[in-house]
Design a protein. Structure first.
Length: 273
């Protein structure tokens, strides 16, 4: 019996790919997921930010960055499939790819549980249903482990950039990951479908900062360091607040990384008391 088409985040149905599929991934966390699904022989291109798994991605040609894709480099690889993300890749770039890539697979996980659909989508397209089911089982087990613990509420500011300072809205994947351990991001805003609004700028004199108990400085996209942490911890405007570094990959990367990311957040929350 013929398999039913798999439907992506843009509502597009994709027929199962053959064994000769040639995949270009323009999403770092998706590249890692493709390797976890056992598709290493079919991955022909990736961005320079696709750095995991480190021992394998070195052999895959780079095609620029997530926001600066080299269209000619992608074209030269003759891909049958390109995998993109609504937040990470720009719409004009995706439209250029549609001119010569037969299948554009659009992803857009917004909460950790969306990874289950993501595993199933890619598993169905690339005939890796068993591997996708194993990942889904692992993620479900982590989510069950979360549910049996009581997590004290924390009000947090998750910082992703400086000059200007930028944070995350509550309808981002990052904010949803943090909510798993009852950490709630401030300000209490939602960004909707607009990319910029999902990652709003802020000032440290904002009135809502009084609600924040913990400031989390992410390792990506801006690489905050111990020096940044120490400088902010000494700032009088943050008196009484905990300022700490956080591994951005563990919080913002979906796909297979979400499984390890939940373990990481549980350790972080336990240490915070």
């Amino acid at each position: 019996m013929r398999a039913a088409p798999a439907v992506d985040a843009a509502g597009v149905a994709h027929a199962p790919a053959g064994a000769n599929a040639r995949i270009v991934s323009l999403v770092p966390s998706i590249t890692e997921l493709l390797f976890a699904l056992g598709l290493e022989r079919q991955i022909v291109g990736r961005t320079g930010f696709c750095i995991h798994p480190r021992e394998h991605v070195r052999a895959v040609p780079k095609v620029g960055g997530t926001k600066a894709v080299k269209i000619d480099a992608v074209r030269a690889l003759k891909p049958t499939h390109a995998i993109v993300n609504i937040d990470e890749n720009e719409a004009p770039t995706v439209e250029k790819l549609r001119a010569f890539v037969p299948d554009i697979v659009v992803t857009h996980p917004l909460v950790p549980r969306d990874n289950l659909a993501l595993y199933a989508l890619l598993g169905a397209i690339f005939d890796r249903q068993d591997a996708a089911a194993r990942l889904a089982g692992s993620l479900e087990a982590k989510l069950r482990a979360l549910a049996v613990e009581a997590w004290p509420e924390q009000r947090v500011l998750y910082v992703i950039w400086r000059e200007p300072w930028m944070t995350v809205a509550r309808d981002t994947y990052i904010s949803a990951m943090l909510r798993l351990v009852n950490w709630h991001t401030w300000p209490a805003v939602r960004g909707g479908s607009a990319g910029a609004a999902r990652y709003p700028p802020f000032d440290f004199d904002a009135p809502w900062l009084a609600n924040v108990e913990r400031v989390l400085l992410s390792s990506e996209p801006y690489r905050f360091t111990a020096a940044h942490r120490d400088a902010l911890a000494a700032d009088a405007s943050l008196s009484g607040k905990t300022v700490q570094l956080i591994d951005g990959e563990m919080v913002s990367w979906y796909g297979s990384r979400a499984i390890a990311g939940i373990d990481y957040l549980m350790r972080l929350a336990r240490a915070a008391g």
